[in-house]
Design a protein around this ligand. Structure first.
Ligand code: HEC
Ligand code: HEC
Ligand code: HEC
Ligand code: HEC
Ligand code: HEC
Length: 183
C-alpha cells in the first residue's frame, strides 16, 4: 500500500516538474515554444558553393520558389534549377562578372552545377516534399527566412527525428514508427 502510494506521489511530482519545466521553457522563449520546427541551437556555417548564388538578391525580384525548385513527380525532391533557367537572365545580365562567366562555362559544357547539399535526411527514412506541400506547410516553416539569406545554411533542425515527430504531433499527422521507418 505505502509503496504504491509513494510511487504514485513520485509520478505526480515528476509530471508536475515536467509541466513546470515546459512552462518555464515557454516563458523563457515564447517564439521557440510556438515554432513547428525549432531553429538549430548552434550556427551551421553555409557550405562553399561552386557559384555564390544568393536567395536574398534573387528573391528581391519576387521570383517564385517554383521557378527554380519544381518538385517533379513523384514529388519527393524539390530539385535544383537547370543552368538554362539561370541563363534566361544571365545570358545578358551581369555577364562580365567572374561568377557569371563561371556560370556560362557550366551552361556551355552542359554540366549540371555541383551544388553542395544543405539539408539531408538520413538515408532509408521515408520522406517526401509532396505530402507536406499538399498539407499546406510553407517552405519557410522548415527552411527558415530564405528570402533574407545571402548564403544558404542549415538554420533549422528539420532533419532530426525530434522535429519530424514534434510537428506531426502538433498537426495530428501520423506518428507511428512505420510512418517514417519502413521495413
Ligand atoms: C515539412 C518540412 C519541409 C517543407 C515544408 C519544405 N522542405 Fe525542403 N527539405 C526538407 C527536408 C527534410 C529536406 C532534406 C530531404 C532529403 O534529404 O531528401 C529538404 C530538402 C530540400 C531541398 C534539397 C533536396 C531536394 O529536394 O531537391 C530543396 C531544394 C528544398 N528542400 C526546397 C524547398 C522548397 C522550395 C520548399 C517549399 C516549396 C520546401 N523545400 C518545403 C523539409 C521541408
Ligand atoms: C529573373 C532573372 C534571373 C535569374 C533567373 C537568375 N538571376 Fe542571377 N541575377 C539576376 C540579377 C538582376 C542580378 C543582379 C545583377 C547586378 O547586380 O548587376 C543577379 C545576380 C547574380 C549573381 C551575382 C553576380 C555578381 O557577381 O554581382 C550571381 C552569382 C547570380 N546572379 C547567379 C545566378 C544563378 C546561379 C542563377 C540560377 C540558379 C541565377 N542567377 C538566376 C537575375 C537573375
Ligand atoms: C533563381 C533560382 C532560385 C529561386 C527562385 C529559389 N531558389 Fe532555392 N536554390 C537555388 C539554388 C541555385 C540553390 C543551391 C545553392 C544554395 O544552396 O544556395 C538553392 C538551394 C535552396 C535550398 C537548400 C537545399 C539543400 O538542402 O541543399 C533551399 C532550402 C531553398 N533553395 C529554398 C528556396 C525557397 C524556399 C525559395 C522561394 C522562397 C527558393 N529557394 C527560391 C535557386 C533558387
Ligand atoms: C512542419 C510540420 C512537419 C514537419 C517538420 C514534418 N512533417 Fe511530415 N507531415 C506533416 C503533415 C501535416 C503531414 C500530412 C498529414 C496528412 O496528410 O494526413 C505529413 C506527412 C508525412 C508523411 C506521409 C504520411 C502518410 O503516409 O500519409 C511522411 C512519410 C512524413 N510526413 C515524414 C516526415 C519526416 C521524415 C519528417 C522529418 C524529416 C517530417 N515528416 C517533418 C507535417 C510535418
Ligand atoms: C515523422 C517521422 C519519424 C517517426 C514517426 C519516427 N522516426 Fe525515428 N527517425 C526519423 C528521422 C528523420 C531519423 C534520422 C534522424 C537524424 O538523422 O538525426 C530517425 C532516426 C531514428 C533512429 C536512429 C537512427 C537510425 O539508425 O535509424 C532510431 C533508433 C529511430 N529513429 C527509432 C524510431 C522509433 C522507435 C519510432 C517510433 C516510436 C520512430 N523512430 C518514429 C523520423 C521518424
Amino acid at each position: 500500500m505505502m509503496r504504491s502510494a509513494g510511487s504514485r506521489t513520485l509520478r505526480v511530482a515528476a509530471e508536475a516538474l515536467a509541466i513546470l519545466l515546459c512552462l518555464c521553457g515557454m516563458a523563457g522563449g515564447q517564439k521557440t515554444a510556438k515554432k513547428m520546427v525549432p531553429d538549430n541551437p548552434s550556427p551551421h556555417p553555409a557550405p562553399v558553393q561552386p557559384i555564390p548564388y544568393s536567395h536574398k538578391q534573387h528573391l528581391a525580384f519576387s521570383l517564385p520558389c517554383a521557378r527554380c525548385h519544381r518538385n517533379p513527380e513523384p514529388g519527393k525532391l524539390m530539385t535544383f534549377p537547370e543552368t538554362a533557367t539561370c541563363m534566361q537572365c544571365h545570358a545578358t545580365v551581369a555577364k562580365d562578372k567572374p561568377a557569371i562567366e563561371k556560370l556560362g562555362t557550366y551552361a556551355s559544357s552542359n554540366e549540371p552545377i555541383p551544388w553542395v547539399r544543405v539539408y539531408k535526411v538520413l538515408p532509408g527514412i521515408a520522406w517526401t516534399h509532396r505530402a507536406h506541400l499538399a498539407a499546406g506547410v510553407k517552405c519557410e516553416t522548415c527552411h527558415g527566412a530564405v528570402a533574407e539569406m545571402a548564403t544558404m545554411s542549415e538554420v533549422t533542425s528539420v532533419t532530426t527525428m525530434y522535429s519530424c515527430l514534434n510537428c506531426h504531433e502538433m498537426n495530428h499527422a501520423k506518428a507511428s514508427c512505420d510512418t517514417c521507418h519502413k521495413h
